[in-house]
Design a protein around this ligand. Structure first.
Ligand code: ZN
Ligand code: ZN
Ligand code: FE
Length: 754
């Protein structure tokens, strides 16, 4: 029978996932000759054999591919047969620089079975991995993804590992971080001063004992250090809280098993799937009343941020403990996670009682990702481990480096029709975050060997990311913050053409130099027009108002009631200020001193939280809004407050003053805070709907930090859908400023296309 020969070009995520050995096995099984190798875009292969065998191969390839492989693009060409008899795996083709870098993956079932099998040579070895699991991005120093370009380069493979590494039939064929107890990384247990007390098999039991005894353990994990403590132990957690000067942010937890987690929180089927996925993010879950956890875990918060063990080391520890532990990033809030031993000793000294460390270096900080299921599907709130730096498909003609915003910063690189988005880097207000930011930008460029012609940054002149962009001395494109929000969602959802972008956040720099944040933009990827916005109000004290919702509330009152109304005002807000402060801030607003005006919806949340006496001063960005969201779930009121949507000479304005008056009336009548919170949320959604009707645009994109709010997002999606609109919202890119870098890159790419 005559043989045919095919050439296949495959693009997507096919490197570092066991794709070539899979192709090798499938081809051999079908009696096909030819070869496979990694290529610039992914993988290239040639196959020779009978028509039936070739057809079988093409049919089974997508169906049976390894779990983490993704075939984004497949091109098949018929070429003349060569009469080869064998199938082989060939060395990589040159120019491998655009293949996707794989994120770190949770330990797979095969490796877990070995971990707990006394007969296996890797029994209880905390660093085992294979082509289907283990570290990738966090150990990668350069492309292509070969061992010499990872932090495993310092470990020489033993003979047994080498044999597995070179055998195409083995699960560990070309598993770059391959290791075993004889040749791989090893554990050490240190006291608080960094003195090694135990090593290898002796180290783990020491750490287990320490946490059982109520000590705080600094654990070097996959992408950085975690602080670990027994989540049931009040004294331990209070010590951790005190030492970490934790800004009242809820702690993330790790549970020994899904069953144990179900006892503490409600877990839907979709949430369970994500918890057990290879990405293994922190999932925000509704907690149960009798959770058996210390009250210090997440005081007053109806949700828990929980995850399951994702490295072999976590599995070994959690199996020993058998109880949930707090596993919070080893850092201060919104700083990048700490990755080096020396740094950990310095930054976590005085917090941790003991250290469990190892000698596999971490190439870059990679935090745990955070995911919340909203409106029936997942939305990433922090995109890091398991997801970064997977790209988003965006037509890019010229390379562009996008530097993001200021808070929850990420950077992005657009090259050959993809935008690679970095891991979450933190708020750019600490030296650590700045260093991680600069390094992430350099690394992205270096990995893909591009010198981007264009640099994109925020329109805000004072962001550290803007200053850095200016210092690069390349053509600069300043992208308006809310346009970037809208386009980040369009890019991830694959939307082209014109949409109504609803971008609600704390604030961002507007095209007119004022602070925006309650925006309705008629937008394409390349351009936008401001169709409508919230009536601006003063923020007495500027920056300080961001931390003090009570000031925003005062600004709102001043704007609505005027100076006389403000001095006559009676309400719980009065008690949040001394009489002198009240007068002084009133005077500041009269004179317009240090009172920038803003239209940020996020600030409206702050104001309402302060007006009802919920939170006059917040410890972190978004705290007041979060508490207001939780509160409104306790009411079942269905009538929202009134937002007046009023046409202006250009576009329309959403006036919140009727809303404020109704709210103050409810407050005066002693209505429950939950009811007020809920009516506020519903009023915003009704206003959104009215505004959407005015523009007549059918596709509505919901973006900005405010849409991390489950109640708001779900109500908006439902109302828009019922009214015949098509709502779009985020999924794999955060609605908060973590998405800005992608948006910037996609805007510039669209403008370049013309
Ligand atoms: Zn594995
Ligand atoms: Zn070995
Ligand atoms: Fe924003």
């Amino acid at each position: 029978m005559e043989a045919s020969r095919l050439r296949l070009e495959i693009g997507g995520v096919v490197q570092g996932v066991g794709f070539r050995p899979f192709v090798y096995r499938l081809a051999r099984e079908l009696g096909l000759a030819g070869w496979v190798c990694n290529s610039a875009a992914g993988a290239s292969l040639e196959l020779e054999g009978s028509e039936a065998a070739l057809e079988g191969f093409l049919l089974r390839l997508p169906r049976e591919k390894p779990p983490h492989a993704e075939i984004a693009h497949l091109e098949v060409r018929k070429i003349p047969p060569r009469g080869e008899g064998d199938f082989e795996i060939r060395p990589s083709l040159a120019g491998e620089k655009t293949a996707a870098i794989l994120p770190d993956l949770a330990v797979c079932e095969g490796c877990l079975a070995e971990l707990f099998d006394p007969a296996d040579r890797r029994y209880r070895y905390p660093f085992l991995n294979c082509t289907r699991c283990g570290p990738r991005f966090s150990i990668l120093e350069a492309l292509p993804y070969d061992r010499v370009h990872t932090t495993m380069k310092g470990f020489a493979m033993c003979e047994a590992c080498r044999a597995e590494y070179e055998d195409p039939r083995d699960r560990r064929f070309h598993a770059q971080p391959i290791a075993c107890p004889r040749c791989g990384p090893r554990l050490e247990y240190w006291d608080a001063e960094g003195r090694a007390l135990a090593a290898r098999e002796e180290a783990l039991p020491c750490a287990v004992r320490a946490v059982r005894e109520g000590k705080i353990l600094a654990l070097k994990g996959l992408g950085g250090f975690h602080l670990i403590a027994d989540a049931r132990n009040d004294a331990a957690l209070e010590r951790l809280l005190r030492r970490k000067a934790r800004e009242e942010k809820p702690f993330a937890l790790m549970f020994p098993s899904l069953a144990a987690l179900r006892e503490a929180a409600e877990v839907s089927e979709l949430e369970a799937r994500w918890l057990q996925s290879a990405e293994a993010p922190i999932v925000l879950l509704r907690r149960r009343a009798a959770a058996g956890l210390s009250t210090a875990v997440a005081p007053g918060n109806p949700y828990l941020g929980a995850m399951l063990p994702y490295t072999p080391l976590h599995h070994l520890l959690m199996t020993e403990w058998g109880f949930p532990v707090v596993a919070t990033s080893g850092n201060r809030a919104e700083e990048p996670i700490c990755t080096r031993e020396a740094e950990a000793l310095e930054r976590l000294g005085g917090i941790a009682d003991a250290f469990l460390v190892h000698d596999r270096p971490i190439a870059r900080p990679v935090d745990d990702s955070i995911l919340r299921v909203m409106a029936g599907r997942e939305v990433l709130l922090r995109r890091a481990r398991g997801f970064a730096p997977l790209p988003v498909a965006v037509p890019v003609s010229r390379p562009v480096l996008a530097l993001g915003a200021h808070l929850k910063n990420t950077v992005a690189l657009g090259v050959s029709d993809r935008v690679y988005v970095s891991q979450h880097l933190g708020d750019l207000q600490t030296p650590q975050a700045m260093a991680a930011f600069v390094e992430a930008a350099e690394r992205l460029k270096a990995c893909y060997e591009t010198r981007p012609e264009t640099v994109a940054c925020d329109l805000h002149p004072d962001y550290a990311s803007t200053h850095f962009a200016e210092s690069l001395g390349r053509p600069l494109r300043r992208v308006q913050h809310h346009h970037a929000h809208v386009v980040s969602c369009m890019a991830e959802q694959g939307l082209e053409g014109r949409v109504l972008g609803v971008a609600w956040d704390g604030l961002g720099y507007g095209s007119d130099g004022t602070l925006w944040g309650g925006e309705f933009l008629l937008a394409t990827r390349a351009a936008f027009q401001r169709a409508g916005y919230f009536r601006p109000f003063p923020l007495p004290g500027g920056e300080r108002a961001l931390r003090e919702p009570r000031r925003v509330a005062l600004g709102l009152l001043y704007e609505a009631l005027g100076p006389a109304g403000l001095s006559d005002f009676q309400g719980p807000l009065r008690t949040a200020f001394s009489p002198a402060e009240w007068r002084l801030l009133g005077k500041m607003m009269e004179k317009g001193l240090q009172c920038p005006r803003s239209s940020g919806v996020g600030r409206l949340f702050d104001a309402v939280a302060a007006l009802i006496g919920l939170r006059p001063i917040q410890k972190f960005e978004g705290q007041a809004a979060m508490e207001l969201e939780f509160l409104c779930e306790e009411s079942d009121d269905r009538s929202g407050y009134s937002l007046e949507v009023r046409p202006e000479t250009v576009g329309f304005v959403l006036d919140w003053r009727p809303m404020l008056h109704e709210l103050l009336a409810d407050l005066a009548q002693g209505k429950a805070r939950a009811r007020i919170a809920r009516r506020f949320h519903l009023g915003l959604v009704q206003g959104l709907l009215q505004a959407a009707r005015l523009t007549g645009e059918r596709r509505v994109v919901l973006t900005g930090g405010c849409f991390q709010n489950k109640f708001l997002l779900e109500a908006a999606v439902r109302c828009l859908g019922e009214a015949g609109f098509e709502p779009y919202w985020h999924r794999s890119i955060p609605p908060n400023d973590g998405g800005i870098s992608l948006g910037q890159a996609a805007v510039v790419a669209a403008q370049d296309r013309g």
